[in-house]
Ligand binder design. Structure first.
Ligand SMILES: Nc1ncnc2c1ncn2[C@@H]1O[C@H](COP(=O)(O)OP(=O)(O)OP(=O)(O)O)[C@@H](O)[C@H]1O
Ligand SMILES: [Mg+2]
Length: 552
């Protein structure tokens, strides 16, 4: 790559094969790629939105409606498209829901920016206008938000039902929402300034089989393992729990070694000694008062037998994450040798029991020392349903947490977007020429949410939007789009509520991503070690223009 000739010699500053695009080309390619992503997820927005079936390179199938999950599986290549994926990931990490909305909104903000640029408005002006609009939008959102009680079960359930309404499992939304609300209220910790909820305290465990209605909330943990020996107890009350991160076996030497045995008695003595060592291990466990042992590594057959005789319940080869969860829940310390098992480091649970779930056995640890440990055992007809139920429950748990932590909600169905847009337009009237255009473009972009909801419901979006707008003008703050009945109506009457945080975060993240993309006017891409033939895989248009650098 070269720059214009300087005293006859081109100056090479970039490596050979590097592609570069600048100015409008760079910006347009980026915007186009990002909008393609937004369009791809658009049809899945709302209760009447479609699901996507994604097949990964191994042939594994995922069926989902979750924006973040779709984008994760899509494996997009274009850098700007990847940014959209990031936006939905951020939304997922921050608030857990609204991952489709945020991408659709960002796509629309970019689309409106393109129209403004066509009218010769400089990107910097658009960026400033968008940032100002964002700030105002967040303020308007706070103004209209409804404050609620953090432990208001009914409201928490509404919020959860709304988030599940758009999912494959919506038919079970009522049942699953009750369960999700109970789970979060169980783990919510009251502090000086409200509640604190650590969502990781809710362990989601899946077992295909049965129906979604067989999903249960367990006040404790479920471990997907079985008791190692048939003679061990299947139920232990007043469990003193030991957590061991070592094998209950005789250590094998690292090198080949030989033992010469000449007489049969010697052989016997050797075996006896081994047995003695194994017995001692079990004696240590017993000596520490432990009657339930979770072992992260293997457990020798003979040890199993001795432990069974002592009435100890044991399981082996636990996942590290399970060991950590058990430690948190029961108060037991994970030790790395049998010698370190002591009474003081043992944990407690009221019961530890092996139960049959479908064709499998699982271990239930209930009545733990730490009552904040809860699990949800998800059941469902097939593996894919169970997987999607897990994602939906995750969203539900997140929105409930959002409201418990910050007890403020808005109605859904596009009502807040219509209202915020209305107020933004009024605000823009006080602004000067070009900025005013940017702010009202932002307002229009917000309306993509109700518009898309209407489209996906099969309604005429223009009619729906104008009806909503005129009713909002009359002060009907929460009039939105009732997707299920295909009409415009008062959303508070059908209890469609969402956390204020989800809306606020979507506006913030979408604006951030949009302004970032608008600011880029130069894309310099190093040559790929092995570029796939035919440009961008995955059919993303808007890659680097062929031939690299456009004329300067
Ligand atoms: N009964 C309903 N009527 C109308 N709109 C609804 C109803 N229930 C939910 N919605 C709306 O659907 C939108 C959410 O749709 P959806 O859950 O598919 O996407 P998301 O929350 O943006 O992303 P994801 O759930 O994939 O993270 C919200 O705007 C919400 O207000
Ligand atoms: Mg949702």
């Amino acid at each position: 790559m070269s720059v214009p000739e300087f005293s006859g010699q081109p100056i090479i500053i970039l490596k050979e094969g590097t592609e570069r695009s600048q100015g409008r080309d760079a910006r347009n390619a980026n915007i186009m790629a990002a909008r393609v992503v937004a369009n791809a997820v658009k049809s899945s927005l709302g209760p009447k939105g479609m699901d996507k079936m994604l097949v990964d390179s191994f042939g594994d199938v995922t069926i989902t409606n979750d924006g973040a999950a779709m984008l994760k599986e899509m494996d997009v290549q274009h850098p700007a498209a990847k940014m959209m994926v990031e936006v939905s990931k951020t939304q997922d990490a921050e608030v857990g829901d609204g991952t489709t909305s945020v991408v659709v909104l960002a796509g629309e903000l970019l689309g409106k920016a393109v129209s403004l640029m066509e009218k010769k408005i400089h990107p910097t002006v658009i960026i400033d206008g968008y940032r100002d609009a964002q700030e105002q939008a967040l303020k308007f959102l706070e103004e209209i938000a409804i404050n609620v009680e953090p432990r208001d079960k009914e409201m928490l359930k509404n919020v959860s039902m709304t988030s599940m309404a758009s999912k494959l499992v919506s038919g079970y939304g009522d049942y699953l929402s009750d369960l999700a609300v109970d789970a979060i209220l169980q783990i919510a910790e009251e502090g000086d300034d409200g509640y604190d909820v650590d969502i990781d305290m809710v362990k989601l465990e899946k077992k295909p089989g049965g129906s979604l209605n067989d999903t249960t909330l367990i006040r404790g943990l479920v471990i997907d393992k079985e008791v190692v020996h048939p003679d061990m107890p299947k139920l232990v009350r007043d469990a003193k729990i030991g957590l061991l991160n070592a094998a209950m076996e005789i250590e094998k030497t690292e090198f080949d070694s030989k033992i010469h045995i000449e007489r049969p008695e010697e052989m016997q003595a050797y075996l006896d000694q081994e047995e003695q060592m194994l017995r001692e291990m079990v004696a240590k466990v017993r000596g520490a008062g432990i009657n339930v042992l979770f072992c992260q590594k293997g457990v020798d057959d003979m040890v199993q037998h001795f432990m069974a005789r002592e009435g100890i319940l044991a399981t082996r080869r636990l996942k590290k994450s399970d060991m950590e969860a058990l430690s948190k829940a029961t108060g037991a310390k994970i030790v790395s040798t049998v010698d370190d098992l002591t009474e003081t480091d043992a944990g407690y649970a009221a019961t530890v029991e092996e139960r049959k779930i479908g064709d499998d056995k699982m271990i239930f640890v209930e009545g733990c020392k730490n009552p904040k440990a809860v699990s949800v055992l998800i059941r469902g007809g097939t593996e894919r349903i169970v997987d999607e139920a897990e994602r939906s429950l995750h969203d539900a748990l997140c929105v409930i947490r959002d409201v418990v932590e910050e007890p403020s909600v808005v109605a859904g169905g596009g009502a807040p977007e219509i209202e915020v847009a209305r107020r933004l337009r009024r605000y823009s009237e006080g602004l000067g020429g070009r900025e005013r255009l940017a702010v009202s473009a932002f307002a229009e972009a917000l309306e993509v949410i109700p518009t898309t909801l209407a489209e996906n419901t099969g309604m005429d979006p223009i009619d729906a939007i104008s009806e909503m707008q005129s009713r909002h003008e009359k002060g009907e703050l929460w009039v939105g789009l009732d997707s299920l009945n295909g009409k415009v109506s008062e959303m508070t009457e059908i209890n469609v509520y969402e956390p204020m945080q989800v809306k606020a975060q979507a506006i913030k993240s979408a604006t951030e991503a949009t302004t970032m993309l608008l600011k880029i006017d130069d894309v310099i891409a190093a040559s790929k070690a092995s570029a796939p033939p035919g440009g961008m895989p995955g059919g993303m248009p808007g890659g680097m223009p062929p031939g690299g650098m456009p004329p300067m």
